[in-house]
Design a protein around this ligand. Structure first.
Ligand code: SIN
Length: 281
């Protein structure tokens, strides 16, 4: 399929599109950026292959879509707070992105998206899977949609960061877990309307959503567990096989994702930059 400025090949019926004929390390004109944004809105995740991107060019590309998001749980953990090195070394027992999630949703304005760049890619394994949350919402029954309408969910980073989460042991990419760490907690609508496409999507995830506003944990848990699993049903998902120089740019509003842990005895290293988003409505 040909857009005005590049070729685009769809990855699956659930989403994902590979863009070819664009060198993202170059200064891209506004029209090309607008078409990439359009493809992201249409297909939820866009992929590029064989890119050569240093950290500065990576950030420059991200800035064409918005301000760079500084992740509060990784700030101070590396030289550059605008970058997260997603590293898994042989022998690591846990790693970044090991559960289905949407990034950083404890934040009042969660990131619009993330741009992940492949540096050291294992010869097999370590794919990233994505799940389309428009499809997840559309597939709910009318009764469930009615029940969720107007409901707000509580999102917190208590399960994934800080000393109580215990996630740094066995993991090469460390987050803040010192005594000065404080929980960030906010509420978002369970069904969110995409600010650009105007479509409704499910907006809860296992890593950050801890309950419904105004309900107890016990009351929330069964429905949340249903929604978490429902959101990852195989027919809503698509899968990306990494190569060195690949980029995945996901819409963090309309998708969940998970990094697969089947990297065997091999290292996996990617560089991530997040783009600021807006308050979910
Ligand atoms: C992440 O969850 O941001 C990382 C995804 C991946 O490593 O594939």
């Amino acid at each position: 399929m040909r857009n005005t400025r590049f070729d685009i090949a769809l990855l699956s019926g659930a989403g994902g599109a590979e863009i070819s004929g664009v060198d993202v390390a170059q200064e891209l004109d506004d029209g090309t950026i607008a078409e990439i944004r359009g493809a992201l809105n249409d297909h939820c995740v866009v992929f590029f292959r064989d890119q050569e991107l240093d950290a500065e060019r990576h950030k420059a590309f991200a800035r064409r879509f918005g301000e760079i998001f500084i992740h509060p749980n990784y700030v101070g953990m590396s030289d550059d707070p605008e970058i997260l090195m997603v590293r898994r070394e042989p022998g690591d027992t846990t790693y970044v992105g090991e559960d289905w999630h949407t990034d950083t949703t404890m934040w009042p304005e969660p990131p619009l998206g993330a741009i992940l760049y492949g540096i050291d890619i294992p010869p097999y394994g370590g794919d990233t899977m994505f799940a389309n949350q428009y499809l997840a919402y559309d597939a709910l029954s009318a009764g469930m949609k009615k029940m969720l309408d107007g409901l707000r969910a509580v999102h917190s980073d208590i399960l994934v960061a800080g000393p109580q989460a215990g996630k740094n042991k066995g993991r090469s990419t460390k987050h803040r877990d010192g005594p000065d760490w404080r929980e960030t907690r906010t509420t978002h609508p369970v069904v969110r309307t995409h600010p650009e496409t105007g479509r409704k999507m499910l907006f809860v995830n296992k890593s950050y959503t801890v309950g419904f506003e105004g309900m107890t944990e016990a009351e929330s848990r069964p429905v949340l567990d249903f929604l978490f699993e429902h959101g990852n049903r195989p027919e809503f998902t698509f899968r990306f096989r990494w190569q060195k120089g690949s980029i995945a740019f996901w819409d963090n509003r309309s998708t969940k994702h998970i990094a697969l842990g089947d990297t065997g005895p091999f290292r996996r290293l990617l560089r991530r930059v997040q783009v600021c988003g807006d308050r979910p409505v």
